[in-house]
Design a protein around this ligand. Structure first.
Ligand SMILES: [Zn+2]
Length: 286
């Protein structure tokens, strides 16, 4: 081993230094397909509306994806929910719909956490439960909503469950999942620390990464249609095409989903290769 790599190994990880960040961006280069993915959202249908095209693409390229749904969506939505429906009946239906949607996307496993819909909070219990799942499934990539997104345009206040889910997921990724002495009860369950490499935040107003979903947009739409209790007889085709086209426009893509990506563990081969091969590589200290 050379001296320089020894020096590198002796460096403190950035995560150990408070409020110190570096931005690595490989402009116009789509990130490689991750091996293992945990996709965490608050409600059944959140995944299909937001990241279904990316998940379908990654699965088809060989990724193993586990979908985590924190609530079972048992509060429904007022305009679509039959007044005779009960919370427990709706939860059963929505879990079936989510499983059907995941089957269309090709997701290998779906986990329901059964927290209450409409009143979700980023509690320590939720953080511990998500940390448990991260340590169990050992994902390279966690996908979740951007917890800092509160308002979209001037007509949509982000659902508080979405913010709570994103908050708890990010806090579970860092520092809980990778730190041995946080939640020692998980060690007692045999769950060793695990370092997630990247977090893909959807719904971010600071997107820096675009996934071309031209070839999986139709799959995304079919998966979304599995959520019958939410869609009623509304056909999402045109709206989904419009959203994908809007998201791709900035990068010249016909259909895309965009993310802000937090890089917590560098892939030395990919990152060094990116520096050498792509003149667009940008590194900026914040
Ligand atoms: Zn939702």
């Amino acid at each position: 081993m050379s001296d320089s790599s020894n020096d590198k190994n002796n460096e403190l990880p950035l995560s150990a230094i408070p409020e110190r960040g570096i931005t690595h961006v490989v402009a116009n280069v789509e990130p490689k397909t991750p091996g293992r993915v945990l996709c965490i959202n608050a409600h059944p249908d959140d995944q299909e509306f937001t990241v279904g095209g990316t998940i379908a693409k990654w699965v088809r390229a060989g990724a193993h994806v586990v979908t985590v749904v924190i609530t079972s969506g048992d509060a429904g939505s007022n305009d679509r929910t039959d007044p005779g429906m009960t919370k427990s009946k709706l939860a059963v239906l929505r879990e079936l719909e989510q499983r059907a949607a995941c089957a269309v996307l090709g997701v290998q496993e779906t986990v329901f956490m059964h927290y209450g819909d409409g009143t979700l909070q980023p509690t320590i219990d939720l953080r511990r439960d998500l940390t448990r799942l991260i340590r169990k499934y050992k994902p390279d990539v966690v996908v979740c909503g951007d917890p800092t997104a509160r308002f979209y345009g001037n007509n949509y206040i982000n659902h508080p469950d979405h913010r709570a889910a994103g908050d708890a997921a990010c806090d579970a990724v860092f520092p809980s999942a990778g730190t041995r002495l946080i939640f020692p009860e998980l060690l007692a369950e045999g769950l060793e620390p695990h370092q997630v490499e990247r977090v893909f935040l959807h719904g971010s107003e600071k997107s820096d990464t675009w996934i071309d979903i031209s070839e999986t947009l139709a799959i995304k739409i079919s998966a979304l249609k599995a959520h019958v209790t939410q869609l009623g007889d509304w056909d999402p085709l045109e709206r989904m095409k419009e959203w994908a086209s809007e998201e791709g426009k900035e990068k010249g893509l016909a259909a895309a989903e965009s993310f802000r990506v937090m890089i917590l563990k560098q892939d030395p081969v990919t990152e060094e290769g990116a520096r050498e091969q792509h003149p667009d590589f940008v590194e900026a200290e914040l």
